[in-house]
Ligand binder design. Structure first.
Ligand SMILES: [Zn+2]
Length: 167
């Protein structure tokens, strides 16, 4: 294998690393250009950096019906104009006794609230478990359906929308 072959292989590896680095950056919500450049400079090493570098949190927003500014999809009220979103409280009223179903419900709770499995267990010790959510009818429906499939008793309580009440 001649020097030129080695050179071609190296250029290929560095090139692929650069493209991969840029692609990974896009997937993680980071700027593509600097990460591609990093791939050009560091080659495969840049991919190692991707492994330890966490993805950037990208908030998904919805426009506020009153002021039109973007607010978090799970916001209960708009932080620009204090408009209150129509919201539903998904109450878990009963849970099945068998450990397998309980495990499924604990997993649902942990994911829903973004908390540890153990903390979800603590929440279930005191029923009903409340979860006040900005209304995303499809999302709530899926969540409720999954809970009910696992054998939990669920009650959905709506609350009124509108401008903030003067306090
Ligand atoms: Zn607003």
């Amino acid at each position: 294998m001649g020097v030129s072959t080695i050179l071609v292989v190296l250029v290929l590896i560095w090139g692929v690393s650069a493209v991969l680095s840029g692609w990974l950056a896009a997937r993680k919500g980071r700027s593509v250009r600097p990460w591609t450049l990093l791939g050009v400079v560091l080659g495969p090493l840049s991919l190692l950096i991707h492994v330890v570098y966490p993805a950037r949190y990208v908030a998904t927003g919805v426009p506020c019906p009153q002021c039109g500014k973007p607010v978090g999809a799970r916001a209960v009220a708009c932080h620009h104009c204090q408009y209150r979103f129509p919201a539903v409280d998904v109450l878990i009223t009963t849970v099945p006794a068998d450990p397998e179903s309980l495990r499924v419900i604990l997993n649902e709770l942990a994911r829903e609230y973004g908390i540890q499995y153990a903390d979800a267990g603590r929440m279930l010790e005191k029923l009903p478990v409340a979860g006040y959510r900005h209304i995303q009818p499809t999302q709530v429906g899926e969540y409720v359906r999954r809970l009910e499939t696992a054998g939990a008793g669920v009650s959905v309580v709506p609350s009124a929308a509108g401008p903030a009440k003067p306090s």
